[in-house]
Ligand binder design. Structure first.
Ligand SMILES: N[C@@H](CCC(=O)N[C@@H](CS)C(=O)NCC(=O)O)C(=O)O
Length: 234
């Protein structure tokens, strides 16, 4: 890799790559992207030795091949001073970031893959569970934390990794058609206001308006990822 180029390799979708992209943008770190397109692209990369566990995202930065989306995200957040100021802030950021990730990955994200690989009924069950989990476990907590915030950010007085993970997760709740149709996020006005606040932050505003910002996962993206990872034939 030439000079100090920072390079993210992932799919042309949000997925596990999106919080890393948002952290790079918020930190003012220029980066280039490689979108893997085919099964062959992925297999070739796994054989190249850069992926410790043969999984993406991969971030090439500072002469390192970083993998593990949370490890990568934390590395970037350390460079961008997005990791919180005190130990208490740091652990709150981690707790909220984990909650955000669980809300999306364990409930919403798999429904698109299940619809494709199992059945529409299974996907509908997933969405029902997602709605319950969002209402009973996650969104009231995020709303309460925001009600106690003086800055509009989740922790402390400036943007942190928690805001990045929460923006990614709340955007997903706001944009997945079945959740949007019932106005799920509208029940949590401070979460809605947070999306707006985060969207207007320097550099983020331009990123979100650019072609680099992908749409929320749909069946087409799930099929593309499934072919890439060998869950569906190419
Ligand atoms: N814990 C890892 C999981 C990475 C992961 O599951 N990546 C998927 C793409 S989103 C992948 O590479 N799957 C291919 C495979 O497991 O063979 C992380 O957070 O980066």
């Amino acid at each position: 890799m030439a000079g100090d180029t920072v390079r993210l390799t992932y799919t042309a979708s949000r997925g596990l790559g999106e919080p890393i992209r948002l952290a790079l943008v918020a930190s003012g770190i220029d980066y280039t992207e490689i979108y893997l397109q085919t099964r062959e692209d992925f297999v070739k990369l796994t054989e190249g030795g850069k992926l410790m566990f043969k999984q993406i995202p991969l971030l090439e930065i500072d002469g390192l091949n970083l993998i593990g989306s949370e490890a990568v995200l934390r590395y970037v957040c350390r460079k961008g001073n997005l990791e919180g100021k005190t130990d208490e802030e740091k652990v709150k950021i981690d707790m909220l970031a984990m909650g955000a990730k669980d809300m999306v990955l364990n409930t919403i994200m798999y429904s698109r893959f299940h619809e494709l690989l199992i059945s529409k009924e299974k996907a509908e069950e997933d969405i029902e569970t997602a709605i319950k989990e969002c209402r009973n476990r996650y969104l009231p907590v995020f709303e309460k934390v925001l009600s106690e915030s003086k800055s509009g950010f989740f922790v402390g007085d400036s943007m942190t990794m928690a805001d990045i993970m929460l923006f990614d997760a709340l955007s997903c709740v706001n944009e997945i058609p079945e959740l949007k149709a019932i106005g799920l996020l509208d029940e949590y006005p401070l979460c809605v206001a947070f999306i707006d606040h985060f969207s207007k932050q320097p550099r983020i505003v331009d990123y979100l308006a650019s072609e680099r910002r992908h749409t929320v996962i749909d069946l087409e993206q799930a099929a593309y990822a499934s072919r890439l990872f060998g869950w569906l034939p190419s």
